[in-house]
Design a protein around this ligand. Sequence first.
Ligand code: HEM
Length: 490
Amino acid sequence: RKTVSLKREGKYGGGKEAFTELAKEYGDIFSIKLGASQCLVVNNLELIREVLNQNGKFFGGRPDFERFHKLFAGDRNNSLALCDWSNLQLRRRNLARRHCGPKQHTDNFSRIGSVATFESIELVQTLKQISRSTESAINLKPLLMSTAMNMFSHYMCNIRFDDDDVEFRKIVDHFDEIFWEINQGYAVDFLPWLSPFYKKHMDKLSNWSQEIRSFILSRIVEQREMNLDTEGPEKDFLDGLLRVLHDDPTVDRNTIIFMLEDFLGGHSSVGNLVMLCLAAVARDAEVGKKIRSEIEGVTKGKRAISLLDRPNLPYTEATVLEVLRYASSPIVPHVATENAEVSGFGVEKGTVVFINNYELNTSEKYWNEPEKFDPSRFLERTKVRVRRNSQCDSGMESDGERRGPIDKTTEIEKEVVAVKKNIPHFLPFSIGKRTCIGQTLVTTMSFVMFANIMQEFDVGAEHLEDLRQKPACVALPKDTFNLYVVPRKH
Ligand code: HEM
């Protein structure tokens, strides 16, 4: 296995881009030393699966990202994504999965859909109002971010906030700034001796997170705690969390508050993802045309789009997946908790193992023309059996009376276009014991928001070059490009 020196390569401090470049150069698996950490970078499907399948036993740890400690009151176990594997983590994941990763056809899944449509309708109305007062391109991102936050708080805590609530907007901005930060993958994350140079910056992050926490406590949690109903079915995720706190004296209140904060914070990924989808449409008019004609065929422009429409809008769903493909991270970090092996190579306990999803998603080994933005790569034609009701004339009955038409149900085979399920090399949310718990929320809510905007507006931009998607990053800076959002006539 090759050992690569970032210093020699001149790639120190280059963040995530360094990993994507190195993978192209050094192939399937190589080692690097980052500060005191020995790291292994894994860039090939078989090896990635080998690591993730051993997640439970050997690779369930996370590196110690000092830079983020302050955000979690100094205790990394308070973070769901950055903590090591433990029984507490297993319990937290199970509780979160029930609410935030529900299976299709459950009540929680359909509630995600109805909340997402409700909030999308609110957004469409706001955008229509704005477009009546200006013909210029608008700063759309903050509106998407507050819509996403309302989707999350409405679904998880049965509470939503007005757009003119200044405190709410400030918190949504803070979340967005932090989301941008954690997506950068700075050298300081592995080289703590660089921290003094980042002090001002870290203090800013810490202040933002304290303001977020006091908002969540005062505007969401405390009211519910006063009226907590411990009987009957759980109303929502917040109910589930507070009941654990009520019933189990070993659970710390901070654990619960940080968990809620982590999950509410997930809204930033949805807002950013939808913004990237709209940028893709503004870049490529053909993509927009296909989405609109698909939507028009389903709703005829007469109603809002719901989650139930998703199977009939495969190209629209595929556009979200195509954006995700290009946005996947090259540095999903795991840590070997025991001495282990990958592909016969020894991996010492404590080694950081980076799963390079970006390489997986952009390699010619797995995709045709990977550089091209082409949602149709996620589509396939499949045959389905459908029941068809047809009326047919019963003709003359034996008693000589004519009874008129009767209903007959027949089954026919029909060819439909659908989104490909389970592409083995497409793992944007990873697999295994530490797989993303928010994937259902992301894929459902971003689809509903994106589709409803597309149904109601033409989207464009003045400077197309501003819209180029930065590789391997789902985050956009808080202040980013403006877009034209022009109401469509149905
Ligand atoms: C574009 C959106 C998102 C993408 C691409 C994404 C992707 C990922 C990936 C690749 C991992 C690491 C899995 C591993 O270590 O093998 C992860 C972990 C995680 N994600 Fe997401 N995620 C997204 C949004 C969300 C949202 C909205 C939430 C919550 C509401 C969420 C919650 C989590 C949590 C809690 C973990 C840590 C799980 C653990 O370590 O046990 N994610 N995500």
